[in-house]
Write a protein that binds this ligand. Structure first.
Ligand code: C2E
Ligand code: CA
Ligand code: CA
Ligand code: CA
Length: 276
């Protein structure tokens, strides 16, 4: 035991020993998490403020036997490294299609957003695979939004082609975290998307940062001019909603409305919205 302590002391101080062992454990356990049924989907509401329509985004969680709920930022990078994200991502799409049937009963106009990893999109079989799933589950692709994080596009050489194919199937394509990459405008020019999602870093402080407010205003105007819909994420205060409504933003998402919720709770929200 003593030698272990010694080893720890000589480690460079940027190496967090305990975190490293958590990472190793997660890496090891990830390969059978799917078989063990440890993945689940949370759903966060997104409110279309002009249509007063409640949509949702599916957000993946891993219920690990020792650590409890592990957030996606911690395990998705690991799943991308070893390609497991391809089968996990397929599970996500299948599960969303199943959940959508229940959601549709509460809101026939609901759109469900799914996050897609660059590793999935780079897979030559991706478009065929997702087509098969929606055909089997009899889901309308026009009700599915595929969210691709803007900064990931750098790692997807075939993005333009893939977007075109997905668009032809009828899926709605969304640029996520818009404004955070070095070539946001180029992507807007090259890719056929229906919607952009303004990154939360611009929204969260817009009530007191004039610069952020100006940037958000500009992005919304640009989106309108290009005939694109625009969502603001990271809406945490009433003041944000007020500002975004004035700016004619289409859709808002964030803790002010609701955190991501388990399926049963999101269904309660959809039910409430139906009555009101
Ligand atoms: P994202 O797609 O940008 O999702 C938004 C993240 O911001 C979510 O974190 C959400 O819980 C959080 N969020 C929502 N509203 C607020 C707010 O008002 N304030 C703040 N500070 N945060 C807010 P989450 O669920 O931990 O997901 C993190 C990221 O993991 C997602 O970022 C997405 O890139 C990725 N991810 C989640 N599910 C999947 C999935 O099924 N597949 C893939 N490939 N990636 C996923
Ligand atoms: Ca997203
Ligand atoms: Ca985002
Ligand atoms: Ca993000």
């Amino acid at each position: 035991a003593k030698s272990k302590v010694d080893t720890q002391i000589v480690l460079p101080n940027d190496t967090d020993w305990s975190d490293n062992s958590r990472k190793n454990t997660l890496e090891r356990d990830l390969s059978y998490a799917l078989q063990k049924g440890q993945f689940l989907l949370y759903y966060q509401p997104k409110l279309d403020i002009r249509e007063n329509n409640l949509n949702v985004e599916a957000l993946l969680r891993w219920n690990h036997q020792n650590f409890g709920l592990v957030p996606p930022n911690e395990f998705i990078p690991l799943a991308e490294q070893n390609q497991l994200i391809k089968i996990i991502g397929k599970w996500v799409i299948q599960q969303v299609c199943k959940d959508m049937k229940a959601f549709k009963k509460l809101n026939p106009n609901i759109k469900v957003a799914i996050n897609i990893s660059p590793v999935q999109l780079n897979d030559a079989n991706f478009v065929e695979d997702i087509k098969k799933i929606i055909a089997k589950e009899k889901v309308d692709p026009g009700k599915i939004e595929l969210e691709i994080t803007e900064s990931d596009l750098l790692h997807i050489p075939s993005a333009q082609k893939q977007f075109e194919l997905l668009s032809n199937v009828g899926f709605r394509l969304v640029l996520d975290d818009f404004g955070t990459s070095y070539s946001s405008l180029n992507y807007l020019k090259e890719l056929s998307v229906q919607k952009i999602k303004i990154d939360k870093s611009f929204i969260m402080n817009m009530d007191y940062h004039q610069k952020d407010q100006q940037i958000v205003q500009m992005i919304i105007k640009l989106a309108k001019n290009l005939d694109l819909e625009v969502t603001a994420e990271g809406v945490e205060k009433w003041k944000h909603i007020e500002l975004l409504t004035k700016m004619d933003c289409n859709e808002i998402q964030g803790y002010y409305l609701s955190k991501p919720l388990p399926v049963l709770e999101i269904m309660k929200k959809l039910e409430e919205n139906k009555i009101s």
